[in-house]
Design a protein around this ligand. Structure first.
Ligand code: BGC
Length: 389
């Protein structure tokens, strides 16, 4: 080897070693870096592999993003589904902390939105209808009398156009005027970015050619002990919300913004999920546990929540610019779904932190508006940051 080449190789080797030796980032409570800022490029690897074919023959691909710490995130172009995500424990061991299925077939039959992108409207629209500009739009009912997560064929059940960005994956989907009852051709774009700081950043944007409503989110089910390792009742949760939106028995917000103080919904100080979940509380009965939208304090990009798993030491911080967060403790899981590696996913065997506008906003004039008009761009950012302590 000529000496110049040898020196170049040695420098590259030393650099790779230095990067791989970086310890997992520790949580300090505050923001280490403005999460709105684009992450550094060049240290993220993206690999593409075939994942299967839909019944109509469409090819589904799995994109795996990895950083030099060892964090890996697997994402499908089908539904933008996050199929796997590894995070470090306090000893630096990475484990897969999201529920998911081993193959495409698993995702096609009755899986409750594991890891998927949700649209055009995340969570419920009451009585499956809303009125916009004086016109009433009727939507398909897929949750009793209501529409849940965009209807029968929501954004989670479509192939998105995918392309690699260098440090992540950009997905695009055009939802046609009238699709699932919603007005306007909506062009949606979601960019998943993995950062060197063990964050998965999700940028959502959308434009329309007619007045419409939009509320996009991601429906990852997290289990910080490792997917399929039991229930999450011992996990310590903080949600930076002084109020939540109580629901009726159909899980539709009543319109009230109720203070959490003195209720089992007060997570303003770190509290175990299971500490109060069994209390005789009407709201907990309606949700079969926690399945509620929290009214996040403040505005702009800020910390919304933190979850700590005491055994592994894993920490998830959630940052968002959205007004709400659906905290859902997987009360509809019952052990009958066998996910990755054949593991059963039990009752309350995960939690979801769905950053969003409030459920049923199109029917609730006092809630922050979810309307999008031609010429406007919907843009929102959520960051899931992983560390250990
Ligand atoms: C909803 C739950 C629902 C779950 C899975 C959550 O966002 O609030 O009620 O069961 O998604 O569909």
């Amino acid at each position: 080897m000529n000496p110049n080449r040898w020196i170049a190789c040695a420098i590259a080797g030393a650099l790779a070693l230095a990067l791989s030796a970086q310890p997992p980032q520790q949580t300090k409570g505050g923001l280490a870096r403005d999460p709105g800022q684009a992450p550094r490029k060049g240290t993220i690897n993206v690999q593409k592999a075939a994942f299967g074919r839909l019944p109509d023959g469409a090819a589904v691909d799995l994109y795996t993003l990895s950083n030099s710490n060892g964090m890996r995130v697997g994402i499908l172009n089908y539904g933008g589904i996050v199929v796997s995500l590894t995070a470090p424990d306090r000893a630096g061991h990475y484990a897969d902390v999201v529920l998911g299925m081993d193959n495409l077939e698993g995702y096609l039959h009755g899986v409750p939105y594991f890891g998927a992108l949700i649209g055009r409207y995340g969570n419920r629209i009451g009585h499956a209808r809303f009125t916009l500009d004086g016109k009433t739009y009727t939507l398909p009912k897929n949750d009793g009398d209501n529409t849940l997560h965009g209807g029968i064929h929501g954004f989670d059940k479509h192939i998105w156009n995918a392309h690699e960005t260098g440090d992540g994956l950009e997905l695009a989907y055009v939802s046609r005027d009238g699709e699932e009852g919603f007005p306007g051709n909506l062009t949606a774009r979601v960019v998943y970015t993995l950062t060197p700081q063990n964050e998965l950043r999700i940028d959502y944007s959308a434009t329309t050619d007619k007045d419409t409503v939009v509320n996009l989110t991601n429906h990852s089910y997290f289990d910080l002990a490792g997917a399929g390792e039991g229930d999450v009742l011992g996990y310590q949760v903080t949600i930076l919300a002084d109020r939540f939106t109580p629901i009726d028995k159909g899980l539709i917000p009543t319109g009230e913004l109720r203070p959490v103080r003195g209720t089992p919904f007060d997570f303003t100080h770190s509290t175990a999920i299971g500490a109060r979940i069994g209390q005789n509380d009407e709201q907990l009965h309606f949700g079969r546990g926690y399945d509620h939208n929290f009214v996040l304090n403040g505005s702009g990009m800020r910390k919304a929540a933190e979850v700590y798993e005491p055994k592994s030491g894993r920490v998830l911080e959630v940052l968002t610019d959205q007004p709400g967060l659906q905290f859902y403790t997987a009360n509809f899981l019952d052990g009958t779904i066998h996910g990755k590696g054949g593991k059963a996913y039990p009752f309350r065997g995960a939690f979801c932190m769905e950053t969003q506008h409030f459920p049923d906003s199109p029917n609730q004039p006092a809630f922050p508006s979810t309307e999008l008009k031609p010429g406007q761009t919907y843009h929102t950012v959520t960051v899931f940051r992983f560390s250990a302590r």
